[in-house]
Design a protein around this ligand. Structure first.
Ligand code: HEC
Length: 133
């Protein structure tokens, strides 16, 4: 009886944590995004310290190597932004990072609307500095 209860409890806890991880993953990391307001050309702008927050928060719900089929919501195949390698890959001679910046600066990605000016500034600096990791 005790063992059965323990198992049921463990399963419940596992399910709850899994749901939390999934649900939390969808949310923007607001404090981190706000910190990006400070990107300047005198700083070294890197994927790890600056750009990952933007791409995770704004792009990977559609553009992720872990998504396929309808889960991509129509996002172009191979244009993925969930890892540094994917984000800086070259697809058909076209730079995936460069393309991200172009679409973001145009205001056509994400499809829901233009990114805030501070994030566009960080992206542009990252490209200008050679997409450092
Ligand atoms: C809600 C889903 C969704 C989100 C979020 C999203 N995209 Fe897209 N993306 C799409 C769809 C759909 C297409 C194909 C249609 C198109 O090109 O407009 C696409 C295509 C692209 C392409 C390839 C086409 C090209 O122009 O070369 C790039 C690059 C791109 N998106 C960048 C981004 C970036 C950068 C972000 C985050 C700032 C982002 N997307 C967020 C759905 C999304």
């Amino acid at each position: 009886m005790d063992a059965l209860m323990n198992n049921a409890l463990r399963s419940l806890i596992f399910l709850l944590s899994a749901c939390c991880i999934l649900a939390c993953g969808e949310k923007l990391d607001q404090p981190k995004l706000e910190a990006l307001a400070t990107c300047t050309s005198t700083q070294s702008i890197t994927y790890t310290n600056h750009i990952k927050t933007i791409l995770d928060g704004r792009c990977i719900s559609c553009h992720s190597t872990s998504l396929s089929g309808t889960d991509r919501v129509g996002a172009t195949a191979a244009y993925d932004y969930d890892t540094f390698a994917a984000a800086t890959a070259s697809v058909g001679g076209e730079d995936v990072a460069q393309r991200a910046n172009t679409r973001a600066q145009e205001g056509t990605m994400p499809p829901t609307g233009s990114l805030p000016a501070a994030e566009l500034n960080c992206l542009q600096l990252w490209i200008d500095q050679g997409t450092q990791e």
